[in-house]
Design a protein around this ligand. Structure first.
Ligand code: DC
Length: 231
């Protein structure tokens, strides 16, 4: 069967990674979480004192970009690839509210985007890939055979993220999670370099009132149609 590229963009906590993993598993495609790559750079910046509540050393981070090596290693038990920074597994470290509070600032730096976009294009050049992020259908793979744009209300997304963080044992309050979701929406959609927007030809999926099963059924049909379209 011919392979396609599936590009999934959308706001934070719209369930992009859930559906991306389901599609990758169904078709035997690779799943690439590009948000994890921006989070990995953020983690590097935090660990090296380049970003905190009081400081943001953009030039130093740009200078150190060649030292940042991001890779994915497939985890058999989980069924998807996990992110590593310079060979160290950091999948859990990058999912905290603290990393979320800095990541949009890091993702607004053009030099960071340039480095990560190049790597993403190289990882997806053989097709048979499901990639999720904010600029996949607009910048990374504008010719993807299937482009999706996921949305849901900020409140719905904040509840999902809050439950996820609490489930992982983080001590957070809903108000802070909602604030972070709204702040990231603002920075991600208004930044100069490749702001989050619906790509040309993308299909919008508002999943505020869709169950996971309904959503997957709907998207699976779209993917099958896109595959049939190239055969
Ligand atoms: O999907 P996520 O919440 O893990 O993404 C973290 C941040 O990274 C998000 O706030 C915006 C940024 N991002 C981006 O700018 N471009 C991408 N392709 C993926 C993520």
């Amino acid at each position: 069967m011919n392979k396609i590229t599936i590009a999934i963009d959308g706001f934070s906590s719209t369930g992009k990674s859930t559906v991306a993993k389901q599609l990758a598993k169904h078709f035997g495609y690779a799943y690439i979480d590009t948000g994890a790559m921006y989070r990995a750079v953020t983690w590097y910046a935090m660990e090296n004192g380049l970003i905190n509540e009081n400081a943001f050393k953009v030039e130093a981070l740009i200078h150190q970009l060649p030292n940042i090596n991001i890779s994915f290693k497939f985890n058999e038990a989980l069924g998807f690839a996990e992110v590593h920074l310079n060979g160290v597994h950091i999948e859990k470290d990058i999912r905290t509210l603290k990393v979320s509070s800095f990541v949009s600032k890091i993702a607004a730096i053009s030099q960071v985007r340039h480095k990560l976009v190049e790597q993403q294009q190289s990882m997806g050049k053989g097709k048979g890939v499901v990639m999720d992020g904010r600029d996949i259908g607009t910048v990374v793979f504008p010719d993807a055979e299937l482009k999706l744009f996921m949305t849901a209300s900020a409140e719905t997304r904040a509840i999902r993220r809050y439950e996820e963080l609490i489930g992982r044992g983080e001590n957070v309050i809903y108000k802070d999670v909602l604030k972070n979701v709204q702040e990231r929406d603002h920075i991600d959609t208004t930044r100069k370099d490749s702001p989050l927007k619906k790509a040309k030809g993308a299909i919008e999926i508002d999943n505020s009132n869709l169950s996971l099963e309904e959503q997957f059924d709907k998207i699976l049909q779209l993917a099958k149609m896109a595959i049939a379209g190239i055969e």
